[in-house]
Design a protein around this ligand. Structure first.
Ligand code: ADP
Ligand code: MG
Length: 610
């Protein structure tokens, strides 16, 4: 029997289109053909289990081979095979119409949407024509008393189909590699592709005498069958040379969607490192992509690992994916699982959890900031740490500072430092008053503070150097000033003249004699505005240009130096004022350059004069 025919229905010639437009992803032909071979093999196995196939299964490996001389790549399986009728139906009609649909969809889209379709559309069998000038199928069905079939198609819409001698059951797909696809005749190139897409396929794949895959990757197993070592080992297979992960979550659902996988929490302190290893997306153990945007919530993309789901529609564009109900459910499910895992770690081993906090804190805060639902769960296990190194949950911390750090309008004032070294003097002053100071020095902390102020009732946050200690948390009682109002004004003028800087707002305050003679602060509000401006936010603020620096210089009326500045003869008062001011600059880390040199010199002079 020999038959010639045409597979074209409507479209003239789709192959040049397939070839031209799928250029960026030619390599997926191998994934498609190997997964077809695996499907055919698994189907045969199931038929065997069902008793519908009673013959010998024999060896079921899928073999990939390349012959550089003959310019062929062959993919062979011992699966269920196809009769000539089946080839006509599945290859000429069904698979072809799939390819036609691809081209139709493809033609309608603009450039950006095209990029989305490429590599996401399961083009299947016809993707072979991206690299082959001719494709042959040799197949023999598992069904008894059927003849072998031989199909040839040269990349036009013409095909030929004839019976052939084939001794063993299964299918060989032979690609005659096109002139412009020489790269795929290189064994190393093919091996690379197989490693990328086929590493975890459920049927053994042999290439150059070597099995390249693990047929039962750990995410397909039950957690009860696995040890911690299994998880760590798998992580290192996925991401060689990475530090071991902190912990992991084994995902396993079958309703209302099907999903398995393992998500790892990486051990990375530097947020720039986060994106390096990506989550890999599989569909029935076939690698699809590591662009998991939209399938996984944004903040969870910091995690590593694999997700396997046949329910993720891969053949649609990005905008469809976002709107897809299954994808949304997957998102919610994963977020919940991650929150539950963190809650469990916190509950079961608080000390261990605290130790891990420096690695997971950034991630948890990112989640809280970007996802309401996650915030609601995480608010009970998110930690803050004070300068003494002690950890608190948010409710614990509120409880801890409530009694002592309420101001006169019943607001709890949380004091924090962004740099315990540089703000040491201010931290010390706060601690001397019996206040507690939190370390909030992470890259997301300024946003985190904003969020907490919104969420926590009657609570404000102030950086330790946002005001003089008495005003940082304003209480009813205030310190009496030893200076008369006239003297205060005089002192203020003296300092203004000595400092002569527009950006410094000089004021005289009655602080404790033990406090510093002069204190420079940057009001909380001002600093936040500037932070926002730096981050490019702040709405219309840009219109006013860059905000000027605007510090408050508080001169302590009750410090002995105040008297000396007021009553000194000639230049001496101004010199003293300048010296006290420079000390305050120094405490804020703001004394630099020429001013610093002048200060050092003046200090030496003053010491010599004693
Ligand atoms: P899909 O795999 O999504 O069904 P394909 O275009 O990859 O689409 O394949 C079309 C059909 O051709 C398959 O569904 C299957 O029936 C048949 N087929 C392809 N390759 C093989 C094979 N190696 N053995 C048996 N049947 C095959
Ligand atoms: Mg297929």
């Amino acid at each position: 029997m020999q038959e010639k025919g045409s597979i074209s229905i409507h479209t003239e010639n789709i192959f040049p289109i397939i070839k031209k437009f799928l250029y960026s992803d030619h390599e997926i032909f191998l994934r498609e053909l190997v997964s077809n071979a695996v499907d055919a093999t698994q189907k045969l196995k199931s038929l065997g289990q069902l008793g519908e196939f009673k013959g010998e299964l024999g060896e079921l490996k899928v073999k990939v081979s390349v012959d550089k001389e003959a310019r062929t790549i062959t993919i062979s399986d011992h699966g269920l095979g196809m009769t000539a009728e089946e080839i006509k139906k599945y290859i000429n009609q069904i698979a072809f119409s799939g390819a036609t649909e691809f081209v139709e969809k493809y033609k309608e889209k603009d450039a950006a949407a095209k990029d989305q379709i490429i590599g996401q559309f399961g083009l299947g069998f016809y993707s072979a024509f991206m690299v082959a000038r001719e494709v042959e199928i040799f197949s023999k069905s598992y069904k008894e008393e059927t003849e072998g079939a031989h199909w040839v198609c040269d990349g036009s819409t013409e095909f030929s189909l004839e019976t052939t001698e084939k001794s063993d059951r299964g299918t060989d797909i032979v690609l005659h590699v096109a002139e412009d696809s020489d790269e795929f005749l290189e064994p190393a190139r093919l091996k690379g592709i197989l490693n990328k897409y086929c590493k975890f396929l459920p049927i053994e794949i042999e290439f150059e005498g070597e099995v390249i895959n693990q047929t039962a990757p750990i995410w397909t197993k039950q957690p009860s069958e696995l040890t911690d070592e299994d998880y760590v080992k798998f992580y290192q297979e996925l991401y060689p040379f990475s530090e071991p992960p902190l912990f992991w979550i084994h995902l396993n659902v079958d309703y209302p969607f099907n999903l398995t996988g393992i998500l790892y929490f990486p051990k990375v302190k530097d947020e720039l490192q986060f994106q390096r290893n990506k989550i890999q997306l599989y569909s029935r153990q076939v690698f699809i992509t590591d662009e998991v945007k939209d399938v996984v919530p944004e903040f969870l993309m910091l995690l590593h690992g694999v997700i396997d789901s046949p329910d993720i529609p891969l053949n649609v564009s990005r905008s469809f994916l976002q709107a897809d109900a299954a994808v949304r459910k997957i998102n919610t499910y994963i977020t919940k699982k991650v929150a539950d895992k963190l809650a469990e770690l916190y509950r079961k081993d608080r000390a261990g959890y605290e130790q891990k906090w420096s690695d997971i804190g950034l991630f948890v805060k990112y989640g809280m900031l970007s996802d309401e639902k996650f915030y609601d769960k995480a608010k009970d296990f998110a930690l803050v740490q004070n300068v003494g190194g002690k950890f608190f949950t948010l409710p614990e911390y509120q409880e801890f500072v409530q009694a002592n750090q309420k101001d006169k309008s019943e607001q709890t004032v949380v004091l924090y430092t962004t740099d315990a070294e540089a703000q040491h003097g201010f931290v010390q002053a706060a601690q001397d008053r019996g206040y507690d100071v939190l370390k909030l020095d992470g890259p997301l902390d300024s946003h985190f503070i904003g969020q907490l102020e919104q969420k926590l009732e009657k609570t404000t946050f102030k950086r330790v150097d946002a005001d003089t200690i008495g005003k940082l948390i304003e209480k009813e009682e205030s310190t009496e000033s030893v200076l008369s109002d006239d003297d205060k004004t005089k002192l203020q003028e003296l300092y203004k003249a000595a400092i002569s800087n527009e950006q410094m707002h000089v004021q005289v305050e009655a602080l404790s004699p033990q406090d510093a003679p002069v204190i420079i602060t940057l009001p909380e509000f001002m600093r936040r505005m500037k932070d926002m401006q730096r981050a490019g936010g702040g709405g219309g603020m840009q219109m006013f240009g860059s905000l000027p620096d605007s510090y408050t210089v508080s001169v302590n009326a009750n410090h002995p130096i105040a008297q000396r500045v007021l009553h000194a003869e000639g230049e001496a008062g101004s010199k003293l004022a300048r010296q006290a001011y420079d000390l305050a600059l120094l405490a804020q880390g703001m004394l630099k350059g020429e001013a610093l040199t002048a200060f050092v010199k003046r200090s030496a002079d003053l010491l010599a004069a004693e």
